[in-house]
Design a protein around this ligand. Sequence first.
Ligand code: HT7
Ligand code: ZN
Length: 873
Amino acid sequence: PQAIYLSDYRPPAYRVTHTELTFDLDPAATRVKARLHVERHPEREAGEALELDGEQLTLKSIAIDGQPLEEDEYQLTEQGLRVARVPSRFLLDTEVEIAPERNTALEGLYRSGGMFCTQCEAEGFRRITFYPDRPDVMATFSTTVIGDAASLPVLLSNGNPVEKGELPNGRHFVTWEDPHPKPCYLFALVAGDLKKVEDHFTTMSGRDVTLQIWVEEENLGKTDHAMASLKRAMRWDEETYGREYDLDLFMIVAVNDFNMGAMENKGLNIFNSAAVLTHPDTATDAAFQRVEGIVAHEYFHNWSGNRVTCRDWFQLSLKEGFTVFRDQSFSADVNSAPVKRIEDVSFFRTAQFAEDAGPTAHPVRPDHYIEIGNFYTLTIYEKGAEIVRMLRNLVGWEAFRRGSDLYFSRFDGQAVTIEDFVSCMAEASGHNLDQFMLWYSQAGTPEIDAHGEYDYARAEYRLILRQRTPATPGQPDKQALHIPIRLGLVGTKSGRDLALTLDGESLGRDAVIHLREDEQEFVFTDLAEAPVPSLARGFSAPIKLNFPYSREDLAFLLANDSDGFNRWDAGQRLSLLALDDLIAAHRNGVEKVMDGRVIEAFRTLLTGDTDDKAVLAEMLTLPSEAYIAEQQPLVDVDAIHAARQFVKQSLARTLRDEFLAVYQANRDDSPYAPEPDQIAARSLKNVALSYLMSIEDEEGVELAQQQFEAEHNMTDVRHALTLLTHSSRDDLADPALKAFGRKWAHDPLVMDQWFSIQVSRPQADALERVKFLMDHPAFSLTNPNKVRALIGAFAQNRVNFHRLDGEGYKLLADVVIELNRLNPEIAARMITPLTRWARYDETRQELMKAELERIRAEDLSPNVYEVVEKALA
Ligand code: HT7
Ligand code: ZN
């Protein structure tokens, strides 16, 4: 497969102004008629050939301006269709046949159960018809869907329905018109036996919008939360960004077979059912919040992505980074803002840092790719969002909002670049963002080494910051970035943020300093007491910040920092220092000794009078094994697991009564609601229970069993089931799993949870369970949710996936080889854990590389090829 380069970008030779489609649906042989209104691009010369993308299409007819083409007037290749001679403006008619029932890749038009549905981003439309499948070709669409009236009573597409009617042979049709020009990746079609829940929204200008969520009948009771989330998101986007919805109808459809979370098709969002359906009995608090976030994300794309879209796929973060930033801000506003930030940053520092340090590391705007489907990554999405957050903080909210308004008005209906976005921010704020642009082109996580000194005599604090970005594939040398560091200096006597004076300028008590050079010194004057610096507050930049904090410093910040995020981070750093010692002790076979400072810090947290239970729950949560691994030069999975377990059990033994008291104080029998206060109490209670269960405390076990059996809500049930399943006692695990599996056998989304819980247990039988469960009737390799729930969850089970006999790696490779044939997009994603081989000991490295080689020997899809080649480079 060939790489595509950003530097090769040219506008298309021909553009399509209007697209008329007619689908005659049939599982084995769907006919697609397309009439394209084509014209030469003004920037391209006359006489160029027309090149259309097309894959797995059987061409039935082709005509230009009503004149059928002779066979020697066009050429068909594996990639598409070429017509050497065309006029400057013409109508192109084609008819193709496709086979949705054979489409297991879930790109283009495919079957999910009895439904037909589409997924066109990034390059799925070329599997539907011959077309310039690139985001800078924007057309209005008129789509007629014809299907069997009995089995496909509902026929949906983008825009508004304008005509419907009966046809011979029990068939019917609906015609949809979408007046907004869009790239074909936003095209959507759904046909099936679906039921709808309907609501209304009055926009800020007083227009009525009909909101519909379409689901299979049995899921009608699971849409309330998504609908409420949608209305909240619509209002938030009006109030926060001044963005109003622009059609009379907004539809969401839930689909069981879906490669990602959801898709923002114009007026017809298609959702993975896991990202839309909730019910207190079947979905956890985390799932409720995830649904809210994804519904908002897709809705926000209507402006950041649809009205203003990407010129080419290298600009993907233009829409994804901005939209993730918008959905994160929305979730922070409607839930607990500090917890949202802690959750987002924990995830980012674990998963994006690992990506940025591995063989598939790439800039937020990559400069080449083989398969764009491989670039829907944490770097594009989450690091892209962090860059937008930095921009917001650099220019301030008012200027950022002016920049956003300018961007949407200047580029409405256009396909643009990241420069276009950033230049609006520069124009609206008057800031020079030239150096800042490097964040988009330079891969890797910058490391900042910081140290500071307090001079009593001068009452000064000298802070020295040094930045360095490690080499990443294809980028050996890095330049200095513009890094905003938000900080405070916390007085060691007062415990308060000190007034900051820098170069004679008074900055308040919480300020942003700008690191632009490789090394910079900042001297804060007029400080009457020695400070402990609180650096990169709120994770003000996506960096690794090293400061030689003593454990006393960290305990001090944990108790005194005015920034909630950094207070939490100080606790994490303190635990990490203790864990480091214990990992070393485990490796050296030395007796493990628990750090008393961690115990005292936890005691203070548990017995203190904090009123923010959600943050407290986060503070009582130890860094995950994956995050601990991220901090180690070489990952020793067993030592990390043993050390974390030791800390958890030591805390549980010493503070058993305190954990028990927290558990009891946060029980709540009132009816379930996914509200911040309830969620906070549940998470605090469940953190306490997990400590008690870590020592298999008799009362803790009883409480876990009671909580499981009470069946009050899925958050509590799932947590209890996880604790019972992950305990050392099969007499606790097996009956609970059996009861749960029997009760929920009919519900695919709950069965996904059942799969994940058992294959993530630390006990040695996890791998055998995976193999056994792959034959379970509820499992299917063609359903991405099942693959993620079973195989994906197992690959996160660190001790078992990394078994020294290599069986975990082998199992994953076997699955990847199968998926390479069935669903390349998912196959490529599943390889990720194997690509991280360089982080492990030699034995594991060899075993992982051998599996990558075994995959490489197959006849590979471009998706898998690209990832494996990078991993073995
Ligand atoms: N813009 C979408 C990205 C996407 C996708 C969604 C579903 C299936 C396959 C997909 N490929 C790319 C989703 C989003 O970011 O909102
Ligand atoms: Zn998105």
